[in-house]
Design a protein around this ligand. Structure first.
Ligand code: KIV
Ligand code: NA
Length: 267
């Protein structure tokens, strides 16, 4: 039987067996993912895959808390990390602490994740010194989409040093792990060799210490996915098929048949 994953155990897994991570936004999905995953992320991608937003910028603390609570009811063994949404941590370390503490207190999760490299190092230090484990997130940062002009992978050689410095800065600031998103294989390799904390890749090759994908993307339940997403299921097709068969049976008065009907009590 697997033991409950802790922050120190997660960090100690650096360089060993790859860490398995997935997102979950509901209790039932968390329960299923928990059977395998070392870490479950309640990511702000929930704005897109659950709430139909065009990007993650509109996600609020309330969204994160509500889905964090649902996931905590389904997860037992995996480390649960909740994303800090855009606008909840950038202003100052103090504001970040207040909001991170809210996520911990109101959901019961163990750690938070926030996007940013060197510029967020003082905030990461402030949180980790005060009892809040932080997972960092470097490379492609979806919350920076307006300044970047879209979701842009890091593939130019002259961008590599900056991202390596970001990863080193977040480690130095006390982050227990770092998500590396949308970077070339070579850069993923460089980052992973340059830090002593586990790198968790998404669109960042097999060079990372672990992998994460958005659950809805990998089970085929979200139509627009980046090229790095491998589909391990086709849930959309299954759901559409179920809705079609139900609809035609209702229209044909075939459902509900006898088996699905209450009979009058006779006793
Ligand atoms: O919000 C999210 O899903 C993420 C990822 C790392 C997958 O931040
Ligand atoms: Na995120």
């Amino acid at each position: 039987k697997r033991k409950k994953m802790t922050v120190p155990a997660f960090t100690a897994a650096k360089g060993g067996k790859p860490l398995v991570c997935l997102t979950a936004y509901t209790a039932h999905v968390a329960h299923i993912v928990d059977e395998q995953a070392d870490m479950i992320l309640v990511g702000d991608s929930l704005g897109m895959v659950i709430h139909g937003m065009p990007n993650t910028l509109g996600v609020t603390m309330e969204h994160m808390i509500m889905h964090g609570q649902a996931v905590m009811r389904g997860a037992e063994k995996a480390l649960v990390v909740v994303d800090m949404p855009f606008g909840s941590f950038e202003e100052s370390p103090e504001v970040a602490f207040r909001n991170a503490a809210r996520l911990i207190k109101e959901t019961g999760c163990t750690a938070v994740k926030l996007e940013g490299g060197r510029e967020m190092a003082p905030t990461i230090r402030h949180l980790t010194n005060r009892g809040i484990p932080v997972m960092a997130h470097v490379g492609l940062m979806p919350q920076q989409m307006n300044t970047a002009g879209g979701f842009k992978a890091v593939r130019e050689k002259d961008q590599f040093d900056e991202v390596v410095k970001d990863a080193q800065a977040v480690e130095e600031a006390g982050a227990f792990s770092v998500v590396v998103e949308g970077v070339a294989v070579r850069l993923a390799n460089k980052i992973t060799k340059s830090v002593g904390i586990p790198t968790i890749g998404i669109g960042a090759s097999v060079e990372c210490d672990g992998q994460i994908l958005v659950f809805e993307d990998m089970i085929g339940l979200f139509p627009r996915v980046p090229t790095f997403v491998k589909r391990y299921g086709n849930m959309e097709e299954m759901m559409r098929d179920a809705v079609e068969r139900y609809s035609s049976e209702v229209r044909a008065r075939k459902f509900p048949s006898d088996d699905y009907t209450y009979k009058m009590k006779t006793d």
